[in-house]
Design a protein around this ligand. Structure first.
Ligand SMILES: *Cc1c(COP(=O)(O)O)cnc(C)c1O
Length: 467
């Protein structure tokens, strides 16, 4: 059975269920499959006629091993994606014969994180029920992740969820998407402080071993392997369809923050999906773009942008790619990552960068360019982009100019109604919230305001959650 190993080489090999519950490996590394399952040419060509759930089932089956049986996986997938409002789950919108937008925002919170978290919620429930275990999921959010996690875990019997957000520092849409979910196992805490304070509190709760064991703490952040796996599916789904239509391999342009989404594209490609290049699109926080240009990974401070979910300096999932680039040497990754965190930049050699550039390209869009892309796309196609998607579309357009004839899929990672201010700045009006959220501003909210104090937050969690 396929096992999972840590990118730092000093954690036990685990199965799929253990890997999913663990999140981070105990040596500080990230779990990756010990070998990448392959799809045969026949399987790939059959998939071009299959619907999303069929493709998902076929792609995921070798990764889940004996922890989820084949019929159980079908049930999990049906439950995970039944709340998506489009029959294709991730429809392709055609701009022209060689340029498509894949809409990943038809889930309950209107962002692509639903694709992964709705699946993860079902997988957790399945694993925990079988083991008769209960967990407390704790996380900090500056916006999208919190609401997607809450939607995925609300009402579950075996998991409570506690999400910390900075008081008065998330947008009203984002806050309401979290605080209007009224369920006995959902706890929203507004912290009087910044997003960093929220993250520090979550870290401190995990580092408090007694509290962690007592409350059975668990995390669902973007390094979780099951989240990556759910994202592999849409790259396979779209690339086999487009190859059947055009006879060519598609390039994908991905608005990137933590490198989770684009890393899933790399896994799809490694499985044999007909993918040409993966184009990494960044906003002004362009550490990854600079890396793909120069081979040097060097941090700068984080600056706020119109696409806040991409305002990131260290992209945690990049470590998974580095593991492959270093010939799967855990000790080499360990040395490099420690050096990077404690000392400074690292540089990959020219031969390695040549291999990297055969697979990846990159680009960046600052806020002014992002606004221009939203305005131009609305004028040319009558289509409203959210600012994250606009970064991807802008970089995709640049790539197409340099690589004429490529078939390009830009990933749409959020619905424009989630970022009304940025959209209004570009086209002069705010997009409407789609039907399921139309009454969001009239719903009742429930949340607790607490100071940025570990003792107070822990006391709140202990009082409310009975295991
Ligand atoms: C999280 C997020 C991203 C970044 O995705 P990564 O997997 O972290 O690279 C891009 N756009 C939106 C809207 C997001 O919520």
């Amino acid at each position: 059975m396929l096992g999972y190993i840590s990118t730092r080489g000093r954690a036990p090999r685990l199965g799929f269920a253990e890997t999913t519950l663990a999140g981070l490996a105990e040596d500080g590394g990230l779990y990756v499959p010990e070998a990448c399952p392959k799809l045969s040419p026949d399987e790939l060509s059959n998939m071009s006629h299959q619907n999303y759930l069929e493709v998902a089932w076929r792609v995921m089956l070798p990764f889940v091993g004996d922890d989820i049986s084949s019929p159980e996986l079908i049930r999990i997938l049906m439950a995970a994606y039944k709340g998506f409002t489009h029959p294709d789950i991730v429809p392709l919108h055609k701009f022209d014969d060689n340029f498509y937008l894949m809409e990943l925002f038809h889930g309950p919170t209107l962002a692509f994180k639903d694709v992964a978290l709705q699946f993860l919620g079902q997988v957790f429930e399945h694993i925990l029920a079988r083991r008769q275990q209960k967990v407390t999921i704790v996380g900090a959010t500056s916006g999208d992740t919190g609401s997607a996690a809450i939607e995925a875990f609300k009402g579950r019997k075996n998991a409570d969820i506690v999400i910390l957000h900075p008081y008065n520092r998330v947008s009203e849409v984002q806050r309401r998407q979290m605080t209007t979910v009224i369920a006995a196992n959902v706890f929203n805490i507004a912290i009087e402080g910044s997003f960093d304070d929220c993250q520090d509190l979550v870290k401190a709760m995990f580092n408090d071993r007694k509290f962690r064991d007592e409350m059975h703490l668990s995390a669902v952040n973007s390094i979780n392997w099951a989240r990556i796996l759910a994202q592999v599916v849409y790259y396979v789904y779209a690339s086999v369809r487009l190859q059947a239509q055009t006879g060519r391999k598609a390039a994908f342009c991905v608005p990137t923050g933590n490198f989770g989404n684009v890393y899933a594209g790399y896994v799809a490609q490694s499985m044999g999906a007909p993918i040409d290049r993966l184009v990494v699109a960044t906003n002004r926080n362009d550490i990854l773009h600079r890396f793909f240009e120069t081979g040097k990974m060097e941090q700068e401070g984080v600056a706020q942008s119109l696409s806040p979910s991409m305002d990131i300096q260290i992209s945690s999932n990049f470590e998974r790619l580095l593991f492959d680039l270093y010939g799967r040497s855990g000790s080499a990754v360990d040395k490099t990552m420690q050096y990077f965190r404690e000392t400074g930049p690292f540089q990959l050699d020219p031969q390695t960068m040549e291999r990297v550039r055969a697979l990846f390209a990159s680009g960046r869009m600052d806020d002014a360019q992002t606004t221009e892309v939203i305005a131009r796309t609305y004028k040319q196609h009558g289509y409203i982009l959210d600012p994250h998607t606009a970064v991807g579309v802008g970089v995709a357009e640049e790539y197409r100019k340099k690589n004429p004839g490529s078939v390009m899929v830009a990933l749409a990672t959020a619905h424009p109604a989630k970022f009304p201010a940025a959209v209004k700045q570009a086209i002069g009006f705010e997009p409407e919230l789609p039907a399921p959220l139309a009454d969001l501003y009239r719903r009742r909210e429930k949340y607790e305001v607490l100071p940025a104090d570990l003792g107070r937050v822990q006391q709140f969690v202990r009082e409310r959650i009975k295991l």
